[in-house]
Structure formats: C-alpha cells, structure tokens
Design a protein around this ligand. Structure first.
Ligand code: CTP
Length: 396
C-alpha cells in the first residue's frame, strides 16, 4: 500500500463513524488518503478528525465560501489510484447508477480515471429492495467493485445484512486489490464454498439452528483467495468477515435458500467445498405470527431439508466435490459412508472435540479421504492453516 493514493468518498450513513479508523489504518500502511464528503456525511463524522488523520484538507463543497477557493474535482479524480466510497448509502448508489451530479463526491466520481470500490451500508430492507439491487447491478456492469455489506446488528435495532464491512477487512481488500492489479496475478480456480449454520424458521421470531460459527468455511475462502482463486462464499448467519476483489459473498438463512444459491452458481464452479452445517430438518410449517405458549408440552413437526451436497454431487459436470463430516463417534467409518453414498471426490472428517476441533474452536484436526479412499491425516492446527492445507490438496 506504500505510496498508493486512495480517494476516500464518505456518504451520510451511521457507518461513517468507523471511517477515521479506516483512515488511520490506511495511513499506517503507507497510503496517501484524501477525503471527499457528501454534505450529509458531516452529520456522522467530523471533517476535523478526517483532516487531522489524513493530514490533508477535507473536500465537501465545490467552493469554499470562506476562502473562495474552488475544489477541482477533475484534479482529485486524476490524482487517485483508487476511489473507495465507504460507507456508500442507497441514495448515493442510486445517484451514481443514474449519473446524477449534485454534489462534489458525485462530480469527482464522474471524473475518475481509476477503479472505484463501493462498501455499501444501510438497513436490511433497503439492502434487499429491488431498486437498490437494480442500481448495484448497474454499477457492477459499469465495472464497479463491490465490498458487500455484512450480516449483523444494525443501527435500527434490527439484525440482518446491511453493515458496512469492518475497516480491517476493507484494508485487507485494498491490499489484495492492489496486488491483484499487478501483472503476475492470475485467477486460477472457481471455488464455491458453503459456510456457517442455517436457520430454519418456526415463526417470525424463532428458529432452529446449530452452533456452527462459520470459522472453517471463511478460513477456506480466505486460503483459496490468498492462493489466487476466485471464490463464491455462500454463508449462513455468522460473525465472520471477509472481503476481497475475487470474492462474491452470498448471505442465506435457510437450507432451502442455500440450495437455491448453490443451484444458481453451480455451473460457474470448478470446485465445491461444502462446509456449512446445514440443519437436516425444518419445521413443516412456519407460523405467520409468533407462536403463543399454551400447554405444558409442545410438539414440533419437522420435515427433511434438501441435501445440498448430494444435489451438487448428483448434478456435477466437471466439478470436484468436497464434503465435510463432523463426527463424534465411529468417525472414519461414518465419513467413508458419506463419501460413498453421496458420490464425493473428497470427504473431510472433522472430529468434534469441544475447544480443540469442530464447532467454535480456532483449531481443527482434519482427516481427508479422496475418492480412492486413501487417507491423509493433518496435524492439529489453526483453522487458517488447516484450510490452506486443504486448498493445496485440491490444487495438486
Ligand atoms: N450437507 C448439505 N445439506 C444438508 C446436510 C448436509 O449440504 N441438508 C452437507 C454438509 O455441508 C457437509 C455434509 O453434507 O458437507 C455432511 O453430511 P451429512 O451426511 O448430511 O452429515 P450430517 O448432517 O452430520 O449427517 P448425520 O446426521 O447423518 O451424520
């Protein structure tokens, strides 16, 4: 990042309060940072703080009424190696998609000669709104790079997708972005990964789920991206974060949504790694209103969920299909049965030992069987290292 010139566009969303941290991190990495704000961004983050941390004047208006100096948006656009708009509100994204130019940030965007990256942030319903999706698709078609919003608690008090990616992850994204813009970088494989738990709704406020944290799936995605591959990560609700120019993150909740996302992207993939902890069953009916307590006992009627991994293996053309088996007893035999029954290319056995391996732990002990049932036992290692080892095996 040393010497990279980053033009940071900041729009009026609550996530703007995190931008001073981003500026600091970028400066620490040796980048030059200049900030352009929309007028409403000032309500969320102080221009004085941004000017102090970036060691540069902050630009908001076309001309400064006190000094009479005009801000040259063309010069700003020519100066930058990349423009990053974070947070990018639904309003600014809508204007960008339509070529509107009613503030300095938008005029600068229209004058750019460099790539532009967007980190959207908004409430979950806005993020899912068809008009927003349409605008984002327009910008993607205009070669815009998108850092998808993440899943979690929102300023509205609701929980869902709409949080701006964390500053640390945005910095990691930019580092990868610059390294991938060097001529030696090349995209190799197209890896689809499922990660995290699924949630099976009972009523509008309750669901059935499991303790999966998504750590292993995200570690796999990170290892694959680091090795230069392109990744689609289809993730249930987790606290994990990942952003990268070669990553498409798709958020799902239920097993049925997971299946739909896999089906929509399966033809794209060269490899599928199915590490999600999919709920095997879901309530047969989802109550439209909150279920009230009545009797001392309650019976739930569950129906079987689709087996996403089995669907992928049965519908493969040339893809390499990797399943996961989380076992507590008779582990190797159970894993081999899954390899055979689901017609997989690899099965990765992951023994659940609380705090050491499996759900929630930072380390994993993996045993990998290939189609010929030959066995590779990896040492107990950090999930990141276990993930790199698995990616290396798939590359061989
Ligand atoms: N899997 C899936 N869809 C499901 C269930 C599981 O894609 N509905 C995938 C998991 O991501 C994992 C593998 O299948 O890769 C786990 O195999 P499975 O036989 O379903 O494991 P369990 O659900 O643990 O089965 P069991 O309870 O029979 O051990």
């Amino acid at each position: 990042m040393q010497g990279k010139r980053i033009l940071l566009g900041i729009t009026g969303g609550i996530a703007a309060y995190k931008i001073p941290i981003l500026v600091r991190l970028l400066k620490k990495q040796g980048a030059e940072v200049r900030c352009v704000l929309t007028p409403s961004a000032q309500d969320f983050v102080s221009p004085l703080v941004l000017a102090t941390l970036s060691e540069q004047a902050v630009h908001i208006e076309f001309w400064n009424k006190q000094t009479g100096v005009w801000t040259n948006h063309v010069e700003l656009g020519l100066w930058a190696d990349v423009m990053l708009i974070a947070p990018a509100t639904a309003n600014t994204i809508s204007k960008m998609a339509n070529g509107a130019c009613d503030n300095l940030l938008l005029a600068t965007y229209l004058s750019l000669k460099c790539p532009c990256i967007l980190a959207p942030a908004m409430d979950l319903d806005m993020y899912q709104h068809p008009s927003f999706k349409r605008n984002l698709a327009t910008l993607e078609a205009d070669q815009m790079h998108i850092i998808p919003a993440t899943f979690g608690a929102l300023a509205s008090g609701l929980e869902g997708q709409g949080r701006m990616e964390e500053p640390e992850a945005i910095v990691a994204y930019l580092q990868a972005f610059f390294s991938n813009h060097s001529p030696i970088a090349q995209v190799k494989k197209r890896i689809l990964i499922t990660a995290g738990p699924t949630r099976e709704a009972l009523d509008p406020v309750r669901y059935i789920s499991n303790h999966s944290t998504g750590k292993m799936g995200y570690a796999l995605a990170q290892a694959a991206l680091q090795a230069g591959h392109e990744v689609i990560l289809i993730s249930g609700p987790t606290q994990q974060h990942l952003a990268h120019p070669h990553l498409t993150l798709i958020s799902i909740e239920s097993a049925q949504e997971l299946l739909q996302a896999v089906q929509a992207n399966w033809a794209w993939a060269s490899h599928g790694i199915f590490s999600a902890a999919v709920a095997d069953y879901r309530p047969s009916e989802v109550a439209q209103e909150k279920i009230k307590k009545s009797d001392n006992e309650m019976t739930l009627h569950l129906v079987k969920n689709p087996d996403v991994l089995a669907w992928a293996a049965a519908n493969k053309t040339n893809q390499i299909v990797v399943g996961f088996a989380l076992e507590t007893n008779n582990s190797e035999q159970n894993a081999l049965n899954k390899l055979r029954n689901k017609n997989l290319d690899y099965i990765v056995l992951n023994e659940q030992q609380n705090g050491v391996s499996g759900f929630g732990s930072d380390t994993n002990k993996l045993i990998i069987f290939d189609k010929a049932e030959s066995r590779v036992e990896l040492p107990l290692q950090r999930k990141a290292d276990a993930a790199s080892s698995l990616i290396q095996i798939l590359e061989a």
